[in-house]
Design a protein around this ligand. Structure first.
Ligand SMILES: [Zn+2]
Ligand SMILES: [Zn+2]
Ligand SMILES: [Zn+2]
Length: 134
């Protein structure tokens, strides 16, 4: 837990017990997750404190937010390198509803018309994942 505390502090998040527990529950995930996923994993925790913690992690660039069209807000781990915090491509499976992080794929840049200022980009590829194709 010590390392987790340091990691959070480095990202400007004061490491409280709740935050460290939530971070421990998410830090090794390679797929996007929703609030309900975490609730199931941590039934002893209060839903609203998990939610607030996730929001805080997003604000401090520890997580990315994804709207994958399943109607549930999802989150995934930021694995950005360097100072650039840009979302990566996601793949949502229409059969199992899982959203995979394709962290090696960078979202192509779009040249916007003059006057439009981008703040975030989402790039979701929809289809069938390898596990569901079998
Ligand atoms: Zn990032
Ligand atoms: Zn699938
Ligand atoms: Zn992701």
């Amino acid at each position: 837990m010590e390392d987790i505390g340091d990691y959070l502090a480095e990202h400007g998040v004061r490491p409280t017990a709740v935050r460290m527990l939530v971070w421990r529950a998410v830090k090794d995930r390679y797929k996007a997750f929703s609030l309900s996923d975490l609730e199931q994993q941590m039934p002893e925790m209060d839903r609203s404190s998990i939610f607030r913690t996730l929001r805080l992690f997003v604000q401090h660039s520890l997580l990315h937010e994804i709207d994958d069209g399943t109607g549930r807000q999802k989150y995934c781990l930021c694995r950005c390198e360097g100072d650039v915090h840009l979302n990566h491509i996601h793949f949502t499976c229409g059969v199992c509803g899982k959203t995979y992080c394709l962290t090696d794929y960078v979202i192509p840049q779009v040249d916007l018309p003059e006057g439009f200022v981008p703040e975030d980009v989402e790039y979701i590829v929809k289809g069938v994942c390898p596990a569901c194709r079998k």
